[in-house]
Design a protein around this ligand. Structure first.
Ligand code: ZN
Ligand code: ZN
Ligand code: FE
Length: 729
């Protein structure tokens, strides 16, 4: 009995062939295994029962980094006189067609560097087929050392022997290295630790870019970092040695624990414990703290010398520009921010930020999807022609489809700086190249002035323009395999509407042919235009104006110079566009409650108010729904003379009840029983969990994004799926 077995997915560069080799020896079967252009191909010969065990074990016992998405088995003719089982390297070298994500150092490699007798003791670039850098060090296909930033490091004889030995866990580990032959840090670990303990700010080169690091218990150091980085209040993430230390800082459930210790090692947002010893300046006023555990060997070596330390580890991205990745660039751009730079000579080829997740309704939701997750594909409900989707303007990502796989890029960020645009264009070129995809269609946002839109239109390909909230809803449909009509509740800050207006609180019906706007939040004026997104008091003023209490604006907000003028500006309709945005509705509530009337970053005030919620309450007759338009004006009116905490409870409780009512009515009118929830407002856990529980008994199934962020980081996936659904028609 002989079988040919094809295995697809992420099966190359992850120790799959040595695993197959070991399995074959265990089961005493003969044959061979090799990599080819489509994954791993195996021929195996032996007794029936042995082959069955072999086939079953391929999936059940696959190495940790393998991600199998298909096993096809064919019976073929037996080969006479075959001796043993071999790894076949005869196919003109390696053809590795998939690049894996970067992963945290594995336990075996960690043991190597912490063992004083090991030849890699203290070596910060240890790696094997089960761990380490992949995406960030690979320039192009095939995935082979010569196409990575390890190309310039020739293996020493010891490393070469490991690389050549199928029984070794470093067999064909492309980034394999040791202190004799591999990359080096520019600064000893002891010096890094000494400087951090002395209160310095260090720029430390990591896996996907530089971090700025300092002691999180040193108020002066944290203040210095904020001052130099010109980042007033945006929260910093913290790294500590292990799970126990993390538990001292934040409240954590099982889902958070699994995320913190998982090989993707994201930053996990959790509720702060009071008296955790960290300085308030790390996440001023916020109830949440982003925590991560060490993921590179260097991080572990630092914490091995200073196990009690808590480190601020924030992306080195001065001025909202992309993360710094090159040594020379670090010296130029981080000069004046860092006291010293600890870099190394393994180049970062692909800029990749830390991922950020939050557990909502018991499972992870992405705030930012990048290191550790990219370039793992999101499976689409069916195959589509190759599509490139270029995303939105803020929190940009791009998406490329190949067959039934959607490859969402790492977080690229805001496209409002020249360096941001450059990163965007590099990412388009790189992702298309490593996937070997030539797009037939380019999808972009409806907004004609977005850089991404203009870029799409100059590619010389057929283009599809996709409305912002249509894309938000479709992103959830894509990852959940939904192609039948759904309701989509899309709540965010801003997206250009189909009627040219500013949208952001939308109830849509989406099907493969397109979308229909069933309803929206009742519009508020946005006095000062974009400024209102940073200054919630302006939205508070707009709410008062809409209630006919324009004369109260000046009294309530007299600390701001413009308070006297703002009612007149709205009367005369000057620079006060209307918006149905839910983000601005949140700002209006914050403005009325007097929470952070001038915010230092978008979303700050709503995050503060979410943190105040203890016991959501519903305002009697707090909303009205007429012809699909949902108005929360009665609730806003109730907030005018309200304490902060009481107001936070009333606003959240009523908004949740109103949204559920709105969805249920739309469901009974349309007969559609599924609603997808999307848009940046759905990073608010109180809102999501409230709406989910309110809908649980209603007969409407609510679906939330799990694989792509609900915010604009998921737009490109939705654009791609809208284009794919349209192409089928
Ligand atoms: Zn390892
Ligand atoms: Zn070596
Ligand atoms: Fe959006």
């Amino acid at each position: 009995m002989r079988r040919r077995i094809r295995v697809g997915g992420i099966v190359q560069g992850v120790g799959f062939r040595p695993f197959v080799h070991g399995l074959a020896h265990r089961l005493a079967v003969t044959g061979w295994v090799r990599n080819d252009g489509r994954g791993v191909l195996i021929e195996v010969q032996g007794e029936d029962y042995a082959l069955d065990l072999f086939t079953a074990a391929l999936q059940a016992e696959a190495p940790p980094l393998a991600k199998i998405d298909g096993v096809a088995v064919d019976d073929i003719a037996e080969v006479a006189g075959e001796q043993g089982f071999v790894i076949d390297l005869s196919q003109g070298g390696e053809v590795l067609t998939a690049i894996g994500p970067d992963t945290a150092v594995c336990d075996d490699c960690l043991a190597d560097i912490l063992d004083p007798q090991n030849r890699r003791a203290g070596y910060p670039f240890v790696t094997c087929t089960h761990c380490g850098p992949r995406y960030t060090i690979t320039a192009k296909l095939p995935y082979d050392r010569s196409n990575t930033s390890m190309a310039g490091f020739a293996l020493c004889s010891d490393c070469q022997a490991e690389y050549d030995d199928p029984a070794d866990r470093r067999f064909h580990a492309q980034p394999n290295a040791c202190s004799v032959c591999g990359p080096r840090m520019s600064m000893e670990t002891a010096e890094i630790v000494g400087r951090l303990k002395a209160g310095e700010v260090l720029a430390i080169k990591g896996l996907g870019g530089f971090h700025l690091a300092c002691d999180a218990r040193n108020g002066e150091a944290v203040a210095m970092l904020r001052g130099r980085k010109d980042r007033e209040e945006k929260p910093f993430a913290v790294m500590v040695a292990d799970l126990q230390k993390a538990k001292g800082l934040v409240e954590m459930g099982e889902a958070e624990e699994a995320l913190l210790t998982g090989r993707e090692r994201p930053i996990v947002l959790m509720r702060k414990k009071s008296g955790n010893g960290l300085v308030e300046g790390i996440a001023p006023g916020l109830q949440w703290l982003g925590v991560m555990l060490p993921y590179t060997p260097l991080h572990h070596l630092i914490f091995a010398e200073a196990p009690e330390m808590a480190l601020v580890m924030t992306s080195a991205n001065p001025g909202g520009e992309p993360l710094v990745i090159a040594n020379g660039e670090a010296r130029q751009r981080l000069e004046g921010i860092a006291d010293a730079i600890a870099d190394h000579d393994r180049d970062i080829l692909v800029r990749t930020d830390d991922s950020v997740v939050r557990v909502i309704d018991g499972a992870p939701t992405f705030i930012r999807r990048a290191r550790g997750y990219v370039p793992v594909a999101i499976k689409l409900p069916r195959s589509a022609p190759p599509i490139l989707a270029v995303g939105g303007h803020l929190k940009n990502t791009i998406c490329v489809t190949r067959g039934d796989q959607a490859f969402l890029s790492q977080h690229i960020g805001d496209l409002d700086t020249p360096k941001g645009l450059l990163f965007f264009e590099e990412t388009v070129a790189h992702l298309l190249s490593i996937l070997e995809v030539e797009p037939e269609l380019v999808a972009h946002d409806l907004h004609p002035d977005f850089h991404a839109t203009r870029f799409a239109q100059t590619m010389g390909k057929e283009t599809v323009s996709v409305q912002h909230h249509h894309a938000h809803g479709a992103a959830v449909m894509a990852e959940r395999g939904l192609e039948e009509p759904v309701l989509a509740l899309c709540l965010d800050g801003f997206g250009l509407g189909g009627d040219g207006g500013a949208w952001g609180g939308e109830l849509l019906r989406i099907d493969p042919q397109g979308y229909e706007r069933l309803g929206h939040l009742s519009p508020l004026k946005q006095p000062g235009g974009d400024l209102a997104a940073r200054e919630p008091w302006r939205m508070g003023a707009a709410a008062l104006h809409a209630m006919g209490k324009g004369d109260e604006i000046d009294r309530k907000y007299n600390q701001f110079n413009e308070s006297r003028l703002i009612a007149k500006i709205m009367d005369k309709e000057l620079n006060s566009p209307e918006t149905s945005s839910c983000g601005r509705l949140f700002d209006a509530a914050c403005g009325l409650l007097g929470v952070k009337p001038k915010a230092s970053f978008e979303g700050q005030a709503p995050m503060l108010v979410e943190g105040m919620v203890t016991d959501p309450k519903v305002v009697d007759e707090g909303w009205e729904i007429e012809a699909g338009v949902l108005s929360l004006m009665p609730t806003l009116a109730a907030l005018v003379d309200c304490q902060e905490r009481e107001g936070a409870n009333l606003f959240h409780g009523t908004l949740v009840a109103a949204l559920a009512d709105w969805v249920v009515r739309a469901s009974s009118e349309t007969g559609i029983k599924t609603v997808v929830l999307s848009g940046g407002c759905f990073l608010n856990a109180v809102l999501v969990e409230g709406v989910l529980s309110a809908l649980r008994e209603s007969g409407v199934a609510a679906v939330i994004p799990r694989q792509a962020p609900p915010n604009d980081g998921g737009l490109s996936l939705g654009q791609a799926w809208v284009a794919a659904m349209a192409m089928k028609n």
